[in-house]
Design a binder for this molecule. Sequence first.
Ligand code: FES
Length: 106
Amino acid sequence: MSDWEEVAKVGEIETGTCKSVDVDGTQVALFNLDGEYYAIEDVCTHDGSEISCGIVLGEEIMCPRHGARFCIKTGEVLAPPAYEDIESFPVRVKGHSIQARDKRWD
Ligand code: FES
């Protein structure tokens, strides 16, 4: 099982926004939705754009290039032109530390 890594501090990411962070060598988009944190790989499954540059619409992120939409909480694809989900990463908060890990190594 991979280790939890600190990726940000509580208060560093405003609600409704995200930050691109490194989790064990993978770029991940870390979102704050009303004080709950979620992480998905920072790559659009349509054509590889950085999803962290997209527009947050409630619980969805819209890719800045061609408008595909994904669920921020799960990485599930919600609208074309993408048809594959984005990998999601577990996130936890320990004190003031926001931590994530890459569950693909479990
Ligand atoms: S690269 Fe994201 S919709 Fe095309």
